[in-house]
Design a protein around this ligand. Structure first.
Ligand SMILES: [Zn+2]
Length: 63
């Protein structure tokens, strides 16, 4: 089972920062608009918690 980056980051300060930090790009895989860092973190699933920046778009995952 995979978690999203948001689920891995439980620190309230980090979460508050992400909520108010604009991201402003669509997901490159599915095109969903990601307005903030929090949206970004909630969108991607992290296959290995040791590498929080290697998320996969759950909507593009085909194996
Ligand atoms: Zn996506």
């Amino acid at each position: 089972m995979t978690a999203t980056k948001w689920e891995l980051i439980t620190n309230e300060v980090d979460r508050a920062w992400m909520e108010r930090t604009p991201f402003g790009y669509p997901c490159v895989a599915c095109g969903e608009w990601l307005a903030t860092e929090a949206d970004f973190a909630k969108h991607f699933e992290i296959p290995d918690p040791a590498y929080k920046n290697t998320g996969n778009c759950p909507k593009s995952k085909r194996k």
